[in-house]
Design a protein around this ligand. Structure first.
Ligand code: NOJ
Length: 557
């Protein structure tokens, strides 16, 4: 059954995004169909049946627009086309139709805080010179100290100052422009009416093509305090936006005007188009502002993503997330990994299990792989048992670890250079997926072609083909859990109730017949009283081993 523009319809009357499982496709690394070593739309189309079988509800596709790829496509040169490395608009239309036919919804990624330096607006601004209306679309300012110093103390998320100086047409050092990310990503000035109107058209362009949702990149960056006052950053400060209060370039209240404007556009398409924001802000209350009834529908939960593997911390984050969202009526989201963070199968095997954002990961690289994977599998069952929507990052269903030993010459993330080569950045979680075979490229691309990032030879045992027939594999665990999640009505809608089980065990009920138990205690746990095991992340013969989890039927299901 399909609805507007061929989108699948659930028939439950409950908005699909309230408990959808969304799979993040990092397009460059998913599957390559034209043998250039870079993933593309053809590769994704050929693997749609895999994703439908996995049991996810929707796909979020990272930016597919024409881009110089200074930041993996988050530097957009044209918002209404597809990069030729990924395919064409026809391929995007075909993908959409095929995904819908398989019951999968599609979410595109909108990068509106900044463009690429190659975008025609920025090129025109550079050419037109100081004081021109073209420069008003961005933040061009004269420097301090006679022009030699940046206009203020703002910092880039990738390290270093958030300002770069241009050479004017006559070759002289000129104005500075703002970039909260890489210098190739100049920030747009969202007070400019033309910027607002042009992005309205971009939204309509993709909604008209039938996309089911939009992920809003770097939402808190889109408004700045008038006058661009200093933020008071200490020298060498990192971009730790989760700790900022009253910052003039992040989470500024005017951002919500933009989001409300977009919500009205989305709603004009019939009411079930989704907006999900990326908003790394200071705590659940600030986050809840992004999902007020007339703003976005959902927002990624970075407090959960960065939470250490510790029962008390996890319970506190889950409670705080649900409590903050309750008054605004928005569902929670739960996410463990993404293309921006160290993969959780590695993180959870380290001494410091919490995540650092944007690749500034100082965790010791010597992870205990076996421990990390055991915890990652347990974390998957916890995540999929929580009320709300869950985001999976491609490859986590295979238990893939972070690739920590990429050769330095292979690193592409701007963080590497911007940090003075002290933080390796995010390439280690972006290594192309292993599909089949005994050696790289593991079916990601044609044999003999080098993927854009090298894959570890040891991934032979982690390919989709290697895991498919193995009931104990991580892929089988995800499939089983996702199937159950669809089948059990409690997992769509029933509230969470904690079961008293001591400080180091998480036990939660969803309705009268479903229970999830996660053992973080370090000791085997007697679980005979909990009911019949539906699925477990490790051996469970009446005792749940440390760092494993299980779902139980506690009633008659
Ligand atoms: C968040 C994206 O997830 C990340 O990959 C990107 O570098 C920044 N926003 C800037 O667009």
């Amino acid at each position: 059954m399909t609805g507007a523009a061929g989108a699948p319809v659930t028939g439950t009357g409950r908005a699909w995004w309230r408990d959808a499982v969304v799979y993040e496709v990092y397009l460059r690394s998913f599957a390559d169909s034209d043998d250039d070593g870079v993933g593309d739309l053809g590769g994704l189309r050929s693997r749609l049946p895999y994703l439908a079988d996995l049991g996810v509800d929707a796909l979020w596709i990272t930016p597919w627009y024409p881009s110089p790829m200074a930041d993996g496509g988050y530097d957009v040169a044209d918002y209404c086309d597809i990069d030729p490395r990924f395919g064409t608009l026809d391929d995007a239309d075909a993908l959409l139709a095929e995904a819908h036919a398989l019951g999968l919804r599609l979410i595109v990624d909108l990068v509106a805080n900044h463009t690429s330096e190659q975008h025609p607006w920025f090129r025109a601004a550079l050419a037109a010179g100081p004081g021109s209306p073209e420069r008003d679309r961005y933040f061009f300012r004269n420097g301090r100290a006679g022009g030699a110093e940046p206009p203020n103390d703002w910092i880039s998320a990738f390290g270093g100052p958030a300002w770069s100086r241009v050479r004017e047409a006559d070759g002289s050092p000129g104005q500075w422009y703002l970039h909260l990310f890489a210098p190739q990503q100049p920030d747009l000035d969202w007070t400019h009416p033309g910027v607002r109107e042009d992005f309205d058209a971009v939204l309509r362009f993709w909604f008209d093509r039938g996309v089911d949702g939009i992920r809003v990149d770097a939402a808190p960056a889109m408004a700045k305090v008038t006058g661009l006052p200093d933020a008071g950053h200490a020298p060498g400060a990192l971009f730790e936006s989760r700790t900022w209060v009253g910052n003039p370039h992040w989470d500024v209240d005017e951002v919500h005007d933009i989001l409300r404007r977009w919500r009205r556009i989305g709603d004009s398409y019939g009411g079930d188009r989704l907006f999900v924001t990326e908003a790394v802000v200071n705590g659940p209350e600030r986050l809840s502002r992004y999902v007020r009834p007339d703003e976005m529908h959902t927002s990624f939960n970075f407090d959960y993503l960065t939470c250490p593997w510790d029962a008390r911390s996890l319970r506190a984050v889950i409670d705080a997330s649900l409590a903050a969202l309750e008054p605004v009526g928005a569902p929670a989201t739960w996410v463990l990994s993404s293309h921006d963070e160290t993969r959780h199968a590695t993180r959870f095997g380290r001494a410091r299990t919490g995540a650092a954002t944007m690749g500034f990961d100082t965790g010791a690289p010597s992870a205990d792989r076996e421990l990390g994977l055991r915890r990652a599998r347990a974390a998957a069952l916890l995540t999929l048992a929580l009320p709300g929507s869950a985001y999976l990052y491609q490859g986590e269903e295979l238990g893939l670890p972070e690739v920590e030993d990429l050769p330095e010459e292979a690193l592409q993330d701007p963080t590497w250079e911007r940090s003075g080569r002290t933080a390796r950045g995010r390439d280690g979680c972006r290594v192309p997926l292993p599909w089949r075979g005994e050696r790289p490229p593991f079916g990601f691309t044609e044999d003999g072609v080098a993927p854009w990032l090298p894959q570890p030879p040891g991934w032979a045992t982690m390919t989709v083909a290697a895991q498919e027939g193995d009931p104990a594999s991580t892929l089988s665990l995800y499939r089983a859990a996702l199937q159950l999640r669809r089948r059990l009505p409690e997992l769509a809608g029933a509230p969470l109730t904690w079961v008293d089980s001591g400080d180091d065990v998480l036990a939660l009920d969803r309705g009268p017949a479903f229970r999830c138990v996660v053992n973080l205690s370090g000791e085997p746990l007697d679980v005979t009283a909990h009911g019949r095991v539906l699925v477990a992340s490790g051996p469970c013969d009446g005792r749940l081993q440390p760092d494993t989890a299980a779902w139980f039927a506690t009633g008659g299901t």
